[in-house]
Design a protein. Sequence first.
Length: 266
Amino acid sequence: MIVTLLTDYGRTDDFVGVCHGVIRRIHPGAEIVDITHGIERYAVRQGALVLRNTLPYMPTGVHVAVVDPQVGTERRAIALRTGDGRILVGPDNGLLSLAWERCEGVEVVVDVTRSPHRLEPVSATFHGRDIFAPVAARLASGAELADAGDPLDPETLARVELPEPREEDGAVVAHALVIDHFGNVGLNLDHDRLAGTGITLGGHVAVEAGGERYLATYAQTFADVSPGELLVYQDAYRTLALALNRGDAAGTLGVGVDAEVRLRPQ
């Protein structure tokens, strides 16, 4: 069974390689896919969004996510099975919550903090190596989820809460959720939410951000506007985003994560 990894570990240290090694030592036949190790440090919500967006494109398997600013505290380590048969492993800090919602909810969840599958001694600061990787490897090799830890009530699990878009004074008020490597700004908004607002594909949109006003086109792809022009588009994960063709929209608009962005039809 495939094992996927998503972390904020980066690639300059040994953390990712050691987790690979732990998994393969326990389950030599494991096929490991690194979704990303470039989540911003401690950015639980960003990790939750990336996990939610990418899991539907992964084979069903065991999916490990580690963005864990509370490592070593009383926060729980968990493993759960979703309604569509995936197993998610990670800290109980909301990191897994958007993914399990996308994957038909939680069927069974256990607390693996003191799992019999963990490595001993357990480091206070590297649960990715000592808890999450070995638990995931055992589950991928066929161990029963119920034997990996103590049962939990799914209603007690931590969840990430996303802001909701709203309409105000003739504008759709959205929030910047993620900013990617290219400076594209992912919004908490989908195409259906624009129904009745007057914002239509191919039309012009006034974008208000940071006290400034910009003109954009609601387009299908970057090439629908000239280089240097701003566009609103549906991104690869079917949510709306802002981009500057061959440029950095976030930098140009002065937009950071959680900033409000107002969209008005023109």
